[in-house]
Write a protein that binds this ligand. Sequence first.
Ligand code: BGC
Ligand code: BGC
Length: 826
Amino acid sequence: MRYRFCLATAALALAACASAQSPQPAAETGVAHPELWPEYEYPVPEPAEARIADLVRRMTIEEKIGQLVQADLCCVTADEVRTYNLGSVLNGGNSGPGGDDLAPAAKWLEAADAFYAASVDTSDGGVGIPVIWGTDAVHGHSNIIGATIFPHNIGLGAMQDPALIERIGAATATEIRVTGQEWTFAPTVTVPQDFRWGRAYEGYSSDPALVASYVGAMVRGLQGPPDGQNILARGKVIASTKHFLADGGTHNGVDQGDAQISEEVLRDIHGVPYGPAIEEGVATVMASFSSWQGVKMTGNQSLLTGVLKDRMDFGGFVVSDWNAHGQVEGCTNESCPQALLAGIDMYMAPDTWKPIYEDLLKRAKAGEIPQSRIDDAVTRILRVKMRLGLFEAGKPSSRPLSGQWDQLGSPEHRALAREAVRSSLVLLKNQGVLPLKPGGRLLVAGDGADDIARQSGGWTLTWQGSGVDNSHFPGATSLWTGLRDAVSAAGGTAQLSPDGSFAQRPDAAVVIFGEKPYAEFQGDRASLQLDPELAAPYETMRRLKEQGIPVVAVMITGRPLYVNPGLNAADAFVVAWLPGSEGAGVADVLIGGPDGAPNFDFRGKLPTAWPRTANMADGALFPFGYGLTYASPRTAWTALPEVAGASAGDSRTFLAAGAPASSWSLHIADPGAPGSQTRLTTFPAEALDGRARITAEDAAVQEGARRFRIAGGAAAVTLGTFEPIDISRETNGDVMLLVTLKMTDAPDRAAIAMRSGGETAAAAEVQIPQGTEFVRYGLALKCLRDKGIDMTKVSMPFVLATEGATDFALTEVRLGTDAQVVLPCR
Ligand code: BGC
Ligand code: BGC
């Protein structure tokens, strides 16, 4: 209590005023005209209509509302599925059975059985509609340890091969069925137009025609043909095309942002892939978090009902995205009849399912929601469940493929993924060094060379793809092991050396570099520049080349980036995208046969244009569809200009290497003494009337930390800005405030707080143990929101309040998910 009071005072003393927020969209924008959109025909027969109508007649209003709600594994028990007759459960990127995201495969099937048994229990007199479980199997069954991880969609787009896509869909369906789920939130059919968007790699291409050519094949691979009522009996699952609509068309590529585009562009770029999805009978469509012309898609009736259901004849059901209803105008996470009225049939209400259920029920009983809309939504969900064959399927573990663990990461599926990796590689430069001769001595350098999590990207085992290492990928192959095996099979030798140093001079070097895993909004960037801390391998390439060693650069990336320094430094340059678990596919193409001839040729073509600078507006260096082969005529390389790109500007790092990011400032104050604040710019510094001494101290880099020695009493160290920031989206996800510090001498009490708007500050009490190392602590943003911070206008994302003598060093403050130690919310 005392902390809260102190901090509120401190926050007031340090007041930074909030500026006016953005203007509201004008009326009538964001309204689509269905008659301008193409018509399709949903091909799925409906032989069970009478049976469905009978069920709907017998269901109570409680049972009906329950079907419209989907809860996340984080926050629901099997008992609750029974009590509330929930229509569906999901595992979000960071949840798994029993609270364990990394639970072994058998636990997932066990949990599926438990949810199923609860859902069909009719002892309370209900009709007992079986539940369905949705999961983000977005590149293989990618939440499951041991599953085959296929290349992310951007790499598949480079293959230009719909037939291979259908086989990948089929293999993914098989692996999903092994662990008992019925539904994947895939394929993502976004048509990204701005690759600064952190989800661009989830899309196949920026070209609508290429995306459209894949969608039908993927849906068929996952679901089987749209002809019957037996998806489960055939070993298939239902698919979900997402995110409807224009998730890839937002202004500046901001995740969950606003597509400020005309209806024609909306239709002709972003709408195109939904045609083949509907013609293939896709069972579900997920509405986008984003807005069109300022109106949130999740509340847009003209698009969800007018265009998608009525005009395009989509006959499945529409699911909303993770608490996306809470962003609809006039809604909260706990209440949003607007979404149902707009055309959402099922609410993805991960941790808010109970209030959503209660609110819908109350409004339904009060007659505020037309019965016809409720019945239509229930009917749509039941049709999909009938089509699955769910009512006859029995418990998940009794169904075809269930528990066949050897199907997870089976040799056939891995071979398919390896084929996809081979087909997705795009060759941008080859000055005669590829293919590599297998008999010699190969050096493999770069920090990404032996890192399966890194080559798999986000949405792999964990949401952001962080916090996992090679031990979590049994049976998988890193790019390094693939190269090593290929070379040694041919009698050569290979050496792994991340920094490129060597004892014995190699005949050639492969330098593997590129992006680190990210997913939603964590991957958004201000420019198409490789994060500066990932650029060190350029130096390795130059050094090797200076010594006359032929260099092949292999880039792991979810998007095209400005990489001219790498293109200039290396003799050959290969884009590997995010290849997933079968890294050997890279060696297949890079390493030639004993006679020096290639074993496999390059087939990949750029699925989008490659930028000339970090700003796409400066034009393309390589156009869409570009990609060399071994047969391409050799041309001389003209050095590319190496411009200093626009700054990467990571807006979610507030303090790095001890220094505040631009527009942020570091202060210390006495919470109880208004006006006691000192802005810390030069070191050493004294503050709090001599009670505090602040110095620069070494951390990862020289003087990379600020050390605070406080003699006693109350103190608050803060990071503030004059332009408050909106971190509500991050809060909605599992994002944390990450604080990296070394606690040499712990204070009597400590609290972490934020300040929002004009007056409030709220604190979570934390215990940071004494130690001699820097530790990255994480505190869930949700924790601070629940204490009353308005996450839409945070002017101080970090306040560390202490009481008593203390000595600590602070090196970094940012948002993220990769905490070493998660602090409980107190
Ligand atoms: C993402 C969806 C995903 C869902 C469930 C959302 O945040 O936008 O793509 O399917 O979470 O994890
Ligand atoms: C979940 C993801 C979800 C995201 C949405 C995370 O907590 O794990 O599945 O997509 O939140 O913001």
